[in-house]
Design a protein around this ligand. Structure first.
Ligand SMILES: Nc1nc2c(ncn2[C@@H]2O[C@H](COP(=O)(O)OP(=O)(O)OP(=O)(O)O)[C@@H](O)[C@H]2O)c(=O)[nH]1
Length: 349
């Protein structure tokens, strides 16, 4: 049986992975694509954002990050998918794994080489990395995950250049080129990219990966980092603070929490509250998004933001009989959870 091509889609929180994937899925006429969605935090909002027509199988992997806590889940999900395809129970031609924005692509890529069963069923086609032109410099300065995502990329897409001065975009492109001279770069506007630049790149070159991380294929690498993104106070869990790439403490200071309610939001109140919150806490708000139940609207409102920049779109109509309600996820550093949750309660009708 032919190997199933697999693509790993990475990029820091809010860099535009889902936007690009949504675009690709709606453009991939005739191609059947299985998507493995991994989200940081307990709520999978992207499910509501991605188009879910019959050509795609979207498999959710929440409550952990594929690069560490739920890496075994990734292996078994890939194994199940391949078995179902073999038996004719599922029909798809390729797999795309959208990682969390905090994932280290190394351990995710390793899954395709460490396990014989996976290696015999799949061919890792490429690692695609999105870089947010607006926030990229800062993310690369402060987050090791962001640097590793660039380092491991076979192809880099720079998003949100529309929000930046051309000189700033050029400087970022130069920096990325320096970090990863091998990967071609392309600027993408809201995920608009020819499908030929996304699939069948045959970009994954094991030798290049080994240069980045000599321990890349060592047994057990990454697999014993059982840390939990929602877990507090575990900086000292491993009893060491070295910069060794195996100990990617990407969750040390990043926490997430969820707001849920069955009541509708009062649109103006919510807008005022969020506007004020991002003024104060924007720099610490790495990512927030939600599906909202708004008073006076028969459609879902998809709301999301990165730092101070936020926006909303009208989503699909609430289906007849569907229980209306809102859910929002906030991912950030030292966010005042109670202030946010109580403030949001005040915005309900
Ligand atoms: N201005 C602008 N905004 C963009 C562009 N691409 C994506 N966005 C917006 O950036 C926000 C984040 O995009 P997503 O595609 O959800 O990012 P993501 O990487 O999937 O986010 P996480 O999975 O939460 O890490 C959304 O509001 C997008 O509409 C772009 O090229 N320009």
């Amino acid at each position: 049986m032919a190997l199933i091509p697999a693509t790993i889609l990475t990029g820091f929180l809010g860099s535009g992975k889902t936007t690009l994937l949504k675009r690709v899925l709606s453009e991939a006429h005739g191609q059947k694509i299985a998507v493995i969605e991994n989200e940081f935090g307990e709520e999978n909002i992207d499910n509501d954002i991605l188009v879910a027509d019959t050509n795609e199988q979207v498999i959710q992997m929440s409550n952990g990050c594929v690069c560490c806590t739920i890496r075994e889940d990734l292996r078994s999900t890939l194994s199940d998918l391949a078995a179902k395809k073999r038996k004719g129970e599922l029909d798809f031609e390729r797999v795309v794994i959208e990682t969390t924005g905090l994932a280290d692509p190394g351990p995710v890529a390793q899954t395709f080489f460490m396990d014989d069963e996976i290696a015999e069923a799949y061919l890792l086609d490429s690692i695609l990395t999105l870089v947010d032109a607006k926030h990229g410099e800062q993310q690369l300065d402060t987050r090791q995950e962001a640097r590793r995502q660039v380092g491991f990329a076979d192809q880099i897409f720079v998003s949100k250049t529309d929000l930046c001065e051309p000189a700033a975009v050029d400087a970022l492109a130069h920096r990325i080129k320096h970090m990863n001279p091998r990967a071609p770069q392309r600027r993408v506007h809201f995920g608009e990219v020819p499908i030929a630049e996304v699939f069948d790149l045959k970009g994954f070159n094991l030798n290049a990966k080994l240069e980045i991380d000599p321990a890349f294929l060592e047994e057990g690498h990454g697999g014993h980092d059982h840390h939990d993104h929602d877990h507090h106070d575990h900086d000292h869990e491993h009893g060491e603070h070295c910069d060794h790439p195996h100990h990617h403490h990407h969750d040390d200071d990043v926490k997430s929490f969820v707001f849920r309610s069955d009541k509708a939001f009062h649109p103006a109140r919510l807008e005022d509250f969020l506007g004020a919150i991002v003024q104060v806490y924007g720099p610490k708000m790495l990512r927030y998004k939600g599906v909202l139940f708004m008073k006076g609207s028969d459609r879902k409102v998809i709301f999301q933001g990165v730092h101070q920049l936020m926006g909303s779109d009208l989503g699909p109509k609430w289906a007849p009989g569907e229980k209306k309600g809102s859910k929002m996820v906030f991912i950030g550093i030292d966010l005042p959870r109670d202030v946010l949750l109580q403030g949001l309660e005040q915005c309900l009708v």
